[in-house]
Each structure stands twice: as structure tokens, then as C-alpha cells.
Design a protein around this ligand. Structure first.
Ligand SMILES: [Cu+2]
Length: 229
């Protein structure tokens, strides 16, 4: 799919906090029709979603014409000393209603990934990592939790459920904490980035990648806009 990139950088916008890169991911064109996920193969999944219309989560175009689940991260320009040593608290990756929540997330190398089964059915969480060892863990019990981490940076790591063919998620394993995922209004915010010139990459599982240059000064950085179509 041919896509054009529009990057808008308004330096020194008064609403931007110093060191924070905020922006949004727009979607131009016709949103693909969201297919309903048929969960009849597992009556537990079907029951958990009774009365709800669950749609596929590979392309989520928001009501305001933006795109959710885009992973945005600093690809170039970061100095090693700018990377905080503390990798932060565990990040939760939930299997709930037989879907992954969140669908796309980031963790740092060495940061704990807390994988939860909130369903009364068995999920089998299977990472298709290549740089890191793949894991493949059956989680038969509701409320069960396991912890994983990654020793090396790798992006993207696809995760799937071997029981439920519709379940897929993506994890960005990063050396640094300067990443974000666009939300239900298309917004993202990469915080506390030291002043400098950076290249950001925005990645979407179906629409590929876009790059943007951003300059962070002591006054912060203005909004960055990525456009996929
Ligand atoms: Cu599953």
C-alpha cells in the first residue's frame, strides 16, 4: 500500500512540556470494514462476549479519523547516557474476553512482562520472537499470571494464542523508554526526552512504517503528525 507521510512540527508550541514529544496518528481514506470475530469455536469465549460485537483488532480506525495501536518510538539520535538505568515496573499483557489487552505494547529490555489470563478458558501465549528465545506457555486457569522478560531489543515481536486463531498482539522490546502507542484518539506521547535531534518511527502491523524528524529543545517539541492511508 502506497502511503504518503505528512509531518508537522511546530517548535515551541506552548502546550508541549519540555522534553515531551506529543502527536497523533491520522488515517486518510476509507477505513477497512472491521470483521466481527467469530468465537463460536470456544463456547467460553463466546459466552464472555455475549451481546457484544467484538471486531478484529488488526486495524482500529478511531471515530475521529485517527489510527490506534501504532507503535511510535525513537529509532535514531538517542545518546546512551540518556537512557535511564531503571527499567520500570512490570507491564501487564492481559488475555481478557479472548482478546489481548493491550493489542500493542512496549517493554524495555529486562523489564518484566506480566502475562495474565482473565478468562475461564485455556490460552496458550506464544511469542514468535527471533532475536530472543521464543516462549510458548499454556495458561489454563483464570487469574493465572506468568512473568517473562526479554534480554535483547527486538521489534516487533508477534504474540499469538495457539488455541484461538484470532488472538494476536505485538510487543516492542526497546533498549530505552522512549516509545508510545497511539490510543483511542490517535494520540501518543513520548515523555522526558532529552534535547536533541531524533528520528521517530511509527509502525502499524498492516500499514508498515513512517519516519519523522523531531527536534527537542529545552522548550520541548511541538506536535508530530503521522499519516497512514
Ligand atoms: Cu487464547
Amino acid at each position: 500500500m502506497k502511503a504518503t507521510l505528512m509531518v508537522t512540527t511546530l517548535l515551541g508550541a506552548s502546550f508541549a512540556l519540555a522534553g515531551n514529544v506529543t502527536g497523533k496518528v491520522s488515517f486518510k481514506g476509507t477505513a477497512p470494514k472491521a470483521d466481527v470475530v467469530k468465537m463460536n469455536a470456544d463456547p467460553v469465549c463466546a459466552k464472555e462476549n455475549a451481546g457484544k460485537k467484538v471486531v478484529k483488532d488488526d486495524v482500529v480506525v478511531n471515530a475521529n479519523g485517527t489510527l490506534a495501536n501504532v507503535f511510535v518510538y525513537v529509532k535514531e539520535g538517542l545518546k546512551k547516557e540518556a537512557i535511564p538505568a531503571d527499567v520500570g515496573s512490570p507491564v501487564t499483557f492481559d488475555q481478557s474476553g479472548c482478546m489481548y489487552t493491550p493489542h500493542v505494547l512496549g517493554v524495555r529490555v529486562g523489564q518484566k512482562l506480566k502475562i495474565v489470563n482473565s478468562d475461564s478458558t485455556m490460552h496458550n501465549v506464544h511469542s514468535l520472537s527471533k532475536t530472543n528465545p521464543s516462549f510458548n506457555s499454556a495458561m489454563p486457569t483464570k487469574g493465572q499470571t506468568i512473568e517473562k522478560d526479554f534480554k535483547k531489543a527486538e521489534f516487533p515481536v508477534k504474540v499469538k494464542c495457539d488455541v484461538h486463531g484470532w488472538m494476536a498482539g505485538y510487543i516492542g522490546v526497546m533498549e530505552h523508554p522512549f516509545f508510545a502507542v497511539s490510543d483511542s484518539s490517535g494520540a501518543f506521547s513520548i515523555n522526558n526526552l532529552p534535547p536533541g535531534d531524533y528520528k521517530l518511527e511509527a509502525w502499524h502491523e498492516k500499514f508498515g512504517t513512517k519516519m519523522a524528524d523531531v527536534k527537542v529543545t529545552a522548550a520541548g517539541a511541538g506536535p508530530v503528525e503521522f499519516t497512514f492511508n
